[in-house]
Design a protein around this ligand. Structure first.
Ligand code: ZN
Ligand code: ZN
Length: 342
């Protein structure tokens, strides 16, 4: 079979490798859709996402997968051959408080598919049966893949910051995560304001339902959000750009006592906690991925609200075009880039 490798910075290769055999309790999945993620680009640029994953150069990337169960290892009881599944990206110890509560990503022995072990940018992958997320009938494979990282993260963030039909939500940055935020917040009934520096992205956000779009190059975003909300500020904000201005904009435009979900990864933001957080009694929370126990309600929400998550995918590629796919995704010209098989 073929598998993508990133042996060196900005080097994407397709390797011929043996089709993996599922071990005890594991299953093999024939891939149907595998989305590229911003975190794949860290590897593409020679940077590490997790400190403790060791040498990643020959680990197949891809942690937003969807496909068909193709072979079962011994003692597999939870899935069967032919099941359509998405894949939960986290492996944990299985017994700590976080694993038992479904938040495997918080486990101290958490390992991430596509970083610590081979991921989904390949014809086949093997995963523990516990990582298989059943795909509802009628959900296409691209929507399935995007329901994990994008859908799951933004659904969970919206719930945590209390998004509903009475709320105005500001979203900073409309790359794929922000775009997922627009779709989810609209599905919860909220009024949505988005801010970005890219006109094309703002146009797509509007097409996907954003009520107001603000080009932050031309307009003072915080002032504009205050104006739209009658001086009060947004009830909640979602930060989907790692820019200093995005983090600060969210803290400044959110009303007193409001909530801010931080999603965009960054190590370099300067804020004024007294003025921006404490005096305003803001609820600021870090949001990353989702609780595995929420998969059923998440996909039910996506299906019943007919949320077109697949519209966030602006380009699909075959695995053979991996080099072009990474290059194109890295250029920022596309939203989600997804490998597809047929
Ligand atoms: Zn991802
Ligand atoms: Zn654990």
């Amino acid at each position: 079979m073929q598998a993508v490798k990133i042996p060196r910075e900005k080097t994407v290769e397709l390797h011929e490798t043996a089709v993996p055999e599922p071990g005890k309790g594991w299953v093999r999945i024939k891939m149907k859709a595998s989305a590229l993620c911003r975190s794949d680009l860290f590897r593409y640029h020679g940077e590490k996402v997790f400190d403790d994953t060791g040498d990643e150069s020959y680990i197949t990337p891809g942690h937003e997968p969807c496909g068909i169960v193709d072979k079962l290892g011994e003692n597999v009881t939870k899935v069967k051959k032919g099941d359509r599944v998405a894949v939960y990206l986290a492996l944990g110890c299985g017994v700590c408080e976080h694993c038992l509560s479904g938040n495997t990503v918080l486990c101290s022995s958490f390992r991430c598919i596509g970083f610590a072990l081979d991921g989904a940018h390949a014809d086949y992958m093997v995963v523990p049966q516990e990582c298989c997320l059943p795909l509802p009938d009628g959900m296409d494979y691209i929507t399935g893949a995007l329901s994990t990282d994008v859908g799951g993260t933004l659904y969970t963030a919206c719930k945590r910051i209390g998004v509903n039909a009475n709320k105005t939500v500001a979203i900073f940055g409309v790359g794929p995560m922000g775009m997922g935020g627009v779709l989810m917040a609209k599905a919860f009934g909220a009024s949505v304001i988005v801010s970005d520096i890219n006109e094309e992205r703002l146009a797509l956000a509007q097409k996907l339902g954003a009520d107001y779009v603000v080009n932050s190059v031309e307009t003072d975003t915080v002032q504009e959000i205050k104006r739209i909300t009658g001086g009060k500020g947004a009830d909640a904000s979602i930060v989907c750009s790692g820019a200093n201005a995005a983090y600060n904009g969210a803290l400044d435009c959110t009303k007193k006592g409001g909530s801010v979900a931080c999603i965009a990864e960054t190590h370099n933001v300067t804020i004024d906690p007294s003025r921006q957080l404490i005096n305003k009694r803001l609820n600021v929370m870090g949001c990353w991925y989702f609780n595995i126990c929420d998969w059923e309600e998440l996909t039910h929400f996506i299906m019943t609200r007919k949320i077109p998550l697949n519209k966030i995918s602006t380009k699909t590629y075959r695995l053979e075009q991996a080099e072009e796919a990474f290059y194109r995704f890295d250029s920022g010209m596309e939203q989600k880039v997804v490998f597809v098989w047929d």
